[in-house]
Ligand binder design. Structure first.
Ligand code: COS
Length: 387
């Protein structure tokens, strides 16, 4: 039984507590026996439909466009991701991408774009993707070279994107490209590009240690209507950063869900495993590990829900707090899962055991949506700025 006492913390109100209980029950009933041998793309499409059918994806978009609350509620996003990650990492991935992939539309889209895309995202009928990174512009977003040249009432996109989650199964991509108003971060704009737009192709499929759809994209003379632009031209970098400010805290929540599952598995194992005439849990060395794991989890939870609460309730920009949560929660979850695996001994590295899967699943979270090193940069900048 996973620790739920954190739900009593003052960060939450009734809707988040209800969401935690209802989604936990739904996940127990619906995600227990996912066939990981099946085609991962088909599995993700199916999960999007089921998460949409269950009403859970409504937490990824604002209420006016089929969402659950007036503005995207960070605490609900975090509760949903934590709960899904604790049950099934792939379901968390699908949920997260519907939010991240459509976040730029919620933040900066015209009324027409919001109406055309967001309700379908919330129902799981349209799969979303966020196309920011390039081979030479991952951490340094301002170095991107994919270009969008204005041509009458169209833009013409040329270049390449990589590390694009949902690449290949997405129905649309929020693409960031250089429109050249200024060098670096100040000359970028954002666009919604439908997957079937001529000139857009999936150029490479990338296989991962914890499989999910991931691809590189190629844009060749790809004509996109100017009305598909998100926000003002030249403001794309800020739209990307605002989107990441929301979703980075939710990455922390996903790490928290993985860590909680690892602790649950480790506790059950430590209590059941007999050796030297007692159980593994009776050894002080095991207890020291459990103490470290439990404390790391609560520390990560406090940072995560502080960031979410600040954004929802105080309406503050949470660049620093989201970066702290993302860094601390992903780094400590890696250690918690490693400790859990150690408690399982040899079984921990056997394919198919939950801790083995968690060990593969957690690693990417320390890299994507801003590696730990980038989070440090952000935290230091914001701290220096405030001093
Ligand atoms: N919200 C709103 N505006 C922001 C912002 C935020 N969180 N962060 C930066 N900006 C604004 C700045 O205020 C600045 O505005 P002005 O032009 O008005 O001065 C502008 O954006 C440029 O910001 P900055 O100078 O800080 O840009 P840098 O190129 O130095 O980039 C980092 C800074 C490293 C923080 C940024 O590139 C980053 O977050 N990189 C990681 C990206 C990432 O997560 N990649 C993974 C891809 S997603 S899977």
């Amino acid at each position: 039984m996973s620790d739920k006492t954190y739900l009593d913390w003052p960060f939450f109100e009734a809707p988040q507590r209800t969401l935690a209980a209802d989604l936990d029950a739904w996940a127990s009933a619906n995600l227990a026996h996912l066939d990981h041998g099946a085609d991962v793309d088909a599995l993700c499409r199916d999960l999007a439909r089921r998460l949409g059918g269950g009403g859970w994806l409504r937490h990824c978009v604002p209420a006016a466009y089929g969402g659950a609350s007036e503005n995207i509620d960070s605490r609900s996003l975090c509760i949903a991701r934590e709960t899904l990650a604790r049950h099934e990492g792939l379901a968390d991935f699908v949920f997260a991408m519907q939010g991240l992939g459509s976040g730029a539309i919620s933040i900066a889209g015209s009324e027409d774009l919001k109406r055309r895309y967001l309700p379908r995202v919330a129902r799981g009928e349209a799969i979303a993707a966020f196309a920011l990174s390039e081979p030479d512009a991952g951490s340094d977003v301002g170095a991107m070279t994919t270009s969008a040249r204005r041509d009458g009432d169209h833009y013409v996109l040329d270049g390449g994107k990589t590390w694009i989650s949902n690449g290949g199964i997405a129905d649309f991509y929020c693409v960031f490209a250089r429109t050249g108003e200024a060098p670096g971060a100040r000359g970028i704009s954002a666009f919604v590009v439908d997957a079937d737009t001529p000139g857009l192709e999936v150029s490479e499929r990338i296989e991962l240690i914890a499989p999910h759809p991931l691809s590189s994209l190629r844009f060749t003379n790809c004509r996109v209507r100017a009305a598909q632009r998100l926000g003002e031209s030249g403001q794309g970098f800020k739209v990307a950063m605002q989107t990441l400010d929301i979703f980075r805290a939710s990455v922390a929540a996903a790490a928290l869900g993985f860590a909680r599952r690892a602790l649950d598995e480790a506790l059950a194992r430590a209590k059941a495993r007999k050796m030297f005439g007692q159980t593994l849990a009776d050894f002080q060395l095991t207890q020291a590990a459990i103490a470290d794991m439990a404390t790391a989890i609560d520390s990560a939870a406090l940072l995560t829900y502080r960031a979410a609460w600040l954004r929802d309730v105080k309406g503050e920009r949470t660049t620093r707090e989201a970066a702290m949560a993302k860094m601390a929660a992903t780094e400590s979850a890696q250690q918690v899962i490693d400790r859990a695996l150690q408690i399982f001994g040899g079984l921990g590295v056997v394919s198919g055991y939950p801790v083995e899967k968690l060990y593969r699943e957690i690693r990417a979270l320390r890299i994507y949506e801003g590696a730990t090193e980038v989070q440090k940069l952000i935290i230091a900048r914001e701290t220096l700025k405030a001093s």
